[in-house]
Design a protein around this ligand. Structure first.
Ligand SMILES: Nc1nc2c(ncn2[C@@H]2O[C@H](COP(=O)(O)OP(=O)(O)OP(=O)(O)O)[C@@H](O)[C@H]2O)c(=O)[nH]1
Ligand SMILES: [Mg+2]
Length: 199
């Protein structure tokens, strides 16, 4: 599918699964730990500076944000996980929303791809691996994107590429994309992989 990423608007900020949109349009979801750079990546892909709110306080808002793109599809910014100081209550809200997105989403069959973000400098955390296992179990195609590559020197970059490629291989995922919202590395590649997933 061809789409114009410049035509984008925040349509729905859902704090409850019942608020998820019912419009029959395909969805591309973005998942990752809090602070991994999900909102920055969404802004970068859409060529905007601040459509998706980049958080200074990680994990503060627990919502699923639906960006309508070109009246054709939704980009879905899932709430971040792995936030250390999270209370039991907000952990529960996270679980209910995320679980709800995968299991009680009225347009679950229109979810074409989950883009799973991994911080290139930190590598896959235990929470990342749990999330990947969960996405795989749900049967949705997923793609691993390593973020913040601008922060790596040559040695760190080689090591991150080796370990994240190995991770994708191990999970039977397609070749990972190395991405930076700052340098825009990987932007065109990711947009084209999203276009391909949309069919
Ligand atoms: N150097 C660098 N910093 C980045 C990049 N992407 C994001 N950041 C920074 O990382 C921090 C978190 O970015 P966000 O985009 O808000 O991360 P998020 O995953 O949406 O976080 P939550 O909404 O809390 O789950 C911000 O300070 C960003 O400026 C990148 O590609 N390079
Ligand atoms: Mg965010």
């Amino acid at each position: 599918m061809h789409f114009n990423p410049a035509r984008a608007d925040l349509r729905i900020t859902a704090g409850l699964p019942s608020q998820f949109p019912r419009d029959p349009m395909p969805q591309i979801a973005f998942s990752g730990r809090s602070n991994v750079g999900k909102s920055s990546l969404v802004n970068c892909l859409l060529g905007r500076t601040s459509l998706a709110r980049v958080s200074s306080t990680p994990g503060k808002t627990i919502t699923v944000n639906f960006y309508e793109i070109d009246r054709k599809l939704f980009f879905v910014d899932l709430p971040g996980y792995g936030y250390a100081n999270r209370s039991k209550e907000s952990q529960h809200v996270w679980q209910d929303l995320t679980d709800g997105y995968f299991t009680r989403n009225p347009n679950r069959d229109l979810l074409k791809l989950v883009v799973q973000l991994i911080d290139a400098r930190i590598g896959a955390t235990r929470d990342d691996l749990t999330m990947i296992d969960w996405i795989r179990a749900s049967g949705v195609p997923f793609l691993i994107v390593a973020t913040k590559t601008d922060k790596l020197n040559k040695t760190e970059r080689d090591e991150a590429q080796r370990s994240i490629r190995e991770l994708a291989d191990r999970y039977g995922a397609p070749a990972p994309v190395f991405f930076s919202s700052k340098s825009k590395e990987g932007k065109d590649e990711l947009l084209s992989k999203i276009g391909a997933a949309l069919g």
